[in-house]
Design a protein around this ligand. Structure first.
Ligand code: FES
Length: 106
């Protein structure tokens, strides 16, 4: 189901921002070329917020600030230890200036 996340103007200009919606904890990432990705905000290594991490717009990665795991923001796959499990990625739609995320039905 499509769930409204925010107005387009509330998105980060670049970098990541956390949104809590429908029991999901998401990080919306905007790279320096304007591409938008939505990923789980919770690192798969431990409970730490990926939206506080640094985004690399060239490599399309985000770095967990807690222990330094890198995640591909396109696929969710970890690119280095200590994370070994992927994080979820989500598709999204922009409708009339509002961002919607596709969440699984419960
Ligand atoms: S909590 Fe993210 S790498 Fe450990």
């Amino acid at each position: 189901m499509l769930v409204r996340l925010c107005d387009a103007q509330d998105l980060p200009i670049t970098g990541a921002k956390r949104f809590d919606v429908d029991q999901a904890r998401l990080a919306v990432v905007r790279t320096s070329n304007g591409s938008i990705f939505i990923i789980d905000d919770e690192c798969s290594h431990a409970d730490f917020s990926l939206s506080e991490g640094e985004v690399d717009s060239e490599d399309n990665t985000i770095e967990c600030p807690k222990h330094g795991a890198l995640f591909d923001i396109v696929t969710g796959e970890p690119e280095c230890l200590p994370a070994t499990k992927p994080i979820a990625t989500y598709s999204w739609e922009m409708q009339n200036g509002e961002l919607f995320v596709e969440l699984e039905n419960e």
